[in-house]
Design a protein around this ligand. Sequence first.
Ligand SMILES: *[C@@H]1O[C@H](CO)[C@@H](O)[C@H](O)[C@H]1NC(C)=O
Length: 297
Amino acid sequence: MKVIVLFVFVLGALSAAGEEFFVKVGGKVTLNCGVNSYRRSVQWSHGNDFLHSVDQRGFTRKGTVDLARRSLVRQTNLEISSVTETDAGNFKCLVDGTRHEHSLSVVSVWVNSSSVLKLNDEATLQCEVKGQPQSCEVKWKSPNTDSPTNPSKVQLKPVTTSHNGAWECIVTCGSNKFSESLTITVQEPTTTTTTTKSPSKPNGKSSNNDASPRLLGLAWWVWVAIGVGCLVAILLMVCVIVLCMRVRRRKKRFLKMKGQQRPRHKKYCQCDHPTAAAKPKQGRRREKPSALPLHPA
Ligand SMILES: *[C@@H]1O[C@H](CO)[C@@H](O)[C@H](O)[C@H]1NC(C)=O
């Protein structure tokens, strides 16, 4: 057990050398302090700005700078959201009196105009890193190419269809590498409506650009489907009603037939009598049934 604790301490001491973190503007990042737990207190600061402190009783203190509002301490780590360029720089985490220093680099990529460009427009793609103490190599990889061949500032002059797609800025600072992508949409001239609409579809998730006519916000085929569905439902109902009626009628007829069977049998019986035509004898129906069970044998 002691060996493991010692091992953890050695690991902690090694990582105390400082880590370099990268994040894009607007993104979210977790800065690992370097040790996983504390006994007395944790304190984070950014440059000279105090951010947070937490002690073992759960007592917390928060700095007044903007970054303190966008960040929080989880165990010993600092979570920052909605990163801005000014968040770049040195961070210090003080755990039980031991300092761990880290650096955060913030990468931003942008087009000087809109990311939706027209053919023959002119535009500049830029990629920048803030907060790196050492110099970094910053290059752009254009869509459909394998290696970053462009500098940190790419001029699209003029914009062509080959510029359409995901560009990637690759930042290399010593042994650290970070990449951030930027999607450029190149629209062709609006002379033909179909060609301009196809490239914008994958980006804008809505399919509202459909050329098909609409009624109450629904496409025509939806109405056709609803109509057909109603028709089928009505037909089914009619079928069921007709079937029910038929079954009921058949039942009635069957019952009627059953009811008629007795007198018929009786008539058979009566036929054996020499005076068959004697109608008044039907009045004696109630007396005769004694002969009925004998007959089917
Ligand atoms: C963007 O940069 C290009 C040059 O690459 C320039 O011609 C154009 O005017 C710039 N657009 C804006 C909005 O600054």
